[in-house]
Ligand binder design. Structure first.
Ligand SMILES: [Zn+2]
Length: 476
């Protein structure tokens, strides 16, 4: 049962408005609504299910912890997790699991084991080894890179394979219309323009050959220059549908950058796996100063919102809200916009997420981290806070941050859930992070295991020091 978390949304100053669209009971958080999505397995993944285990031979047993498996199961008290050769080989209540004689025993009494968190939407492409090192030590064992130049794909995979780095899964260049977003950024290699369904299919094939873990579509007519919004070209329904079809034929998730409701309809018609970012009005269709003056920064600014949210739920799509970064984009783009206007936009985004959840919608964690000054790399705690504020229970937030995020990275069978056979990427935290007053958004990993190996949380470990990243063009 989902309801807005009163204590938290008071902190944010958010007032949740209910969706008046009739809830028909068909929608639910159940995984079965989109069972095929569980099957996303990247055939060229660096950690495909048939790939050899990457971890060393030493067995490790975590004993006495509460186990939260990431799949939404009730917590297992006094659990034991056995890890061998990089994989989880056994998991169950103490006394029911045989611990290999040579295993290193790690007592975790009073602590909770979770899958390593996965930030499924980032733009890590500078200071990569150092950033990945910081993330891993903070309990983020994998990230998704949602758009990079083709040359970066093998580089990111290599960097993420380092024992002291979080794993990286990436789309490579995002598919867009020629001259469309995000090709306006940097040297333009982060985007791949296509003009037709045939070209879109060919581009997907190329990306798969390049090693893409999922396909990213950019359906964005806005160039994030709030002073002069412009109208960038966008893909038509034909190429979007063709790209989605082809991606699924390859077994890859297809994730679409969408803010506006017209583009949302095209994405849902195409059957995308996820909608990235939050639905809220962006220029060129919206003028924030005008909406603010008219007191119209609310859900009424999004036509037919409830019907569209229910359509998202019925189609089994995942939403990756990235609310924190949306607000930074607006604050940076409109430095003279009044603070109460920003609060109204924040409230609007949390309200939309809350209504989507209440209708039965599924969420995956993604921060849209891009390395801005003042936004250090690490566990995306602010985004976790927004998920809680919108009414998700801590257990649901864990599922969004592990199982669901793994699925969107093309790792629906390998990562994100603690169960025998999966890669042993997990974290152990103090106490019970699922307690309503335990502040899941404040958790700190006391133990991190990647590929079955204990990660040192104290020594430098990372191959390079973290320079303060100063991106040339942050919003993406
Ligand atoms: Zn992004």
């Amino acid at each position: 049962m989902r309801r807005a978390n009163a204590a938290r949304y008071r902190v944010l100053g958010v007032c949740i408005r209910r969706c008046r669209y009739p809830i028909d009971g068909r929608a639910s958080m159940s995984h079965t609504a989109d069972a095929s999505a569980d099957d996303f397995v990247n055939p060229v993944s660096p950690i495909g299910p048939d790939s050899p285990p990457a971890g060393g031979p030493g067995a490790l047993a975590l004993v006495g912890c509460t186990v939260v498996d990431g799949a939404g199961s009730p917590p297992l008290r006094q659990g034991v997790i056995v890890v061998e050769a990089g994989r989880i080989t056994a998991l169950g209540p103490a006394g029911s699991v045989r611990i290999p004689d040579a295993a290193r025993i790690l007592r975790c009494d009073g602590q909770t084991a979770l899958p390593g968190l996965i930030d499924s939407h980032t733009h890590i492409d500078r200071d990569v080894p150092a950033v990945l090192g910081v993330l891993l030590k903070d309990g983020v064992t994998s990230v998704g890179n949602t758009g990079c130049g083709p040359d970066m794909v093998p580089q990111l995979h290599r960097a993420g394979a380092h024992p002291a780095a979080a794993r990286v899964f990436t789309s490579g260049p995002a598919l867009t219309a020629p001259g469309g977003y995000p090709g306006t950024r940097g040297d333009g290699t982060v985007a791949r323009g296509v003009t037709s369904a045939t070209e879109a299919e060919a581009a997907v094939d190329e990306l798969v050959a390049l090693g893409a873990d999922f396909i990213k579509l950019a359906q964005e007519p806005f160039d994030f220059n709030f002073r002069s919004p412009g109208h960038l070209p966008v893909l038509g329904p034909g190429p979007v549908a063709a790209a989605a079809r082809r991606a699924k034929a390859h077994g890859l998730p297809v994730r679409s950058h969408v803010h506006n409701v017209t583009q949302l309809d095209i994405a849902l018609d195409a059957g995308v796996t996820s909608v990235e970012h939050m639905l809220f009005p962006l220029p060129p269709e919206a003028d924030y100063h005008e909406l603010y003056r008219d007191g119209a920064l609310g859900t009424a600014a999004l036509p037919d919102l409830c019907r569209r949210l229910h359509r998202m739920v019925e189609s089994g799509v995942y939403l990756v809200p990235t609310i924190g970064n949306e607000l930074i984009n607006i604050r940076d783009g409109l430095p003279d916009f009044p603070e109460d206007g920003l609060r109204a936009i924040e409230e609007l985004m949390v309200t939309v997420l809350s209504q989507y959840l209440e209708a039965g919608g599924r969420v995956a964690l993604g921060s849209d981290w891009v390395g801005r000054p003042g936004v250090p790399a690490g566990m995306p705690r602010q985004e976790l806070r927004y998920l809680l504020a919108a009414g998700m229970t801590p257990l649901q937030v864990v599922e969004a941050s592990t199982r669901n995020a793994a699925l969107l990275c093309g790792q629906g069978r390998t990562l994100g859930v603690l169960e025998p056979g999966r890669c042993a990427d997990l974290i152990v935290v103090d106490g019970d992070p699922l307690r309503p007053d335990a502040a899941l958004d404040g958790i700190r990993a006391r133990t991190v295991v990647k590929d079955g190996q204990l990660v040192s949380l104290t020594d430098a470990g990372s191959p390079a020091p973290l320079r303060h990243p100063v991106p040339a063009d942050p919003p993406r």
